[in-house]
Design a binder for this molecule. Sequence first.
Ligand code: NAD
Length: 367
Amino acid sequence: MTTGASGGPGSSGGTGRVFGFGVVGCGVIAPHHARAVAALGNARLVAATDVVAAKAQAYAATNGCDVAEDLDALLARDDVDVVSVCVPSGLHAEVGVRAAEAGKHLVVEKPIDVTLAAADRLIAAVDSAGVTMTVISQHRFDSGFVELRKLLDDGKLGRLVLGDAKVKWYRSQAYYDSGEWRGTRALDGGGALMNQGVHYTDMLRWTMGPVTEVTAICVNQMHEMEVEDVALALLRFESGAVGSLESSTAVFPGMPERLELSGTGGTAVIENGELIVTELMAERGDIGAYGAKAASSGPTAGSASAEPTAIGTDAHASQIADLLAAIEEGRPPLVTGTEARKALEVVCAVYASAERGTTVHLPLEAS
Ligand SMILES: NC(=O)c1ccc[n+]([C@@H]2O[C@H](COP(=O)([O-])OP(=O)(O)OC[C@H]3O[C@@H](n4cnc5c(N)ncnc54)[C@H](O)[C@@H]3O)[C@@H](O)[C@H]2O)c1
């Protein structure tokens, strides 16, 4: 279940304006964008393009839109107001900059791109064109995270002490072999952390605040590729809190992703986007010297932990609804380019620390 910050699936927007969408890159994630757009009353898919013409044709036939011969043809269309950038991660800025320069608003898939320099180019192009961009981080719209955000904003967890994000997933070798860009430094930007773990890196950073220090180990245990399938990092936050980040695609058969936060006021645990533990000292009372009561918990099922396409559409729809509301209201969306860059910076710091074998301090220099 998901909840939009504004609008949401079925919402028709406030002004009656209907936004035309153009999709660039018709692979695995593109159908989720088509379904998310179809779920909104104020959006419609008008065109799609892909460097592989047959993929664009199949996508257009399935989703009822036109094929644009190439990116220029898609950007030349007056009925395309928003471009969904669904190409491999290391091409996001290249495509996004051209779309921004053509005056289009943007939905960019995660990560924003794979280097801070590329992210900065895209953010600058969006700013100078005066368009609005959101970078997908759909879990911010999961109901559990909406509840957790409120607990934090209301100060219910007190001063945060410890935060752990765990994305212990499984991807077969066949997954990495399914696209030439997968598992490459140039276009995937890294392995388990840059591609899969970036979601919960954003959740950890968004809830715990700025990261100042990262000490990490990255290894490849079971895949033929040049990047890691296990990333493990210790983090220090600006607030003084500490935490950890674990991300893998080598944990068979894939475990539910978790975020565990503890503060001076209690503990909250999210699993697969659901808030499964809320233990507040203000409600339970503090625990005496002996006699702690067990925390409540319960497993949940169903995520992309084992199956790459098992991604719900509601959260994408909620995030796109937030973008459209932001355009109409002249405000930034919840996940701007600058927000997405913060998660990318933590991922880059993990890689830098693992490569150098030392603790890395943030902010990083863009490269
Ligand atoms: N939000 C999520 O949960 C989620 C899930 C999966 C993928 N993604 C992201 O979506 C992006 C795409 O991943 P995917 O799994 O769909 O990849 P994919 O390989 O299945 O699809 C990418 C498509 O882009 C096309 N393409 C490549 N270069 C192009 C260009 N210059 N112009 C037009 N088309 C081009 C390819 O031919 C391919 O059809 C990645 O950045 C990935 O991180 C996000």
